[in-house]
Design a protein. Sequence first.
Length: 201
Amino acid sequence: MVETLVFVHGWGSLPEIWQGQREYFSKKYDTVSPDMSSAKDSGEAAAILSLSVKEKSNVVFIGWSLGWFAVLELCKTRNTKPVGLVSVSATAKFADDGYLRAGPTDTYLAKMIRDCRRNPCETLENFYKDMLSDDEKNAFRRLRIGFACYDNLVYGLQMLKTADYRDLIREISIPVLLIAGNSDTVCPKEASVYMGQRIGN
């Protein structure tokens, strides 16, 4: 029986992005949304998540984009046993090396890192422009309270650039829900199809 839902935000956002979901699900479940923005690498991200569920039981992790990578790293490296996982607009490997023939490449991410140094706000706007619908963009602007400092944004981009969990997803044996946006060009729906075909296989 599920008792705790852990909502893990993505790159360039903060826990407030899950405000509506937490308000809705808190009527029935204990809800948690840790701040991942200070993580400098996947190990730190997993440690933050692990701490957030200390003494919690029957946990489901819900990871959006980079937050999904934090969830997978936690499952890989720490003795955490969730009862289920939810992937929201996420991938097994963000930087496409031809395995999807869709989504961002290493070149795209290298440009984002350069752009982030010059103008973090514009970089975030451009990133989410390709991911969110107009209604979602408006909600995101209302909910996002500032953003991480430049260094932390770059740490997140570097995690996106290097993360590769294609082997790990085959080892997942618990229930997984995969949610994808039909028009999302940053985390394309093909990534969810790819994971769905391999999880537990």
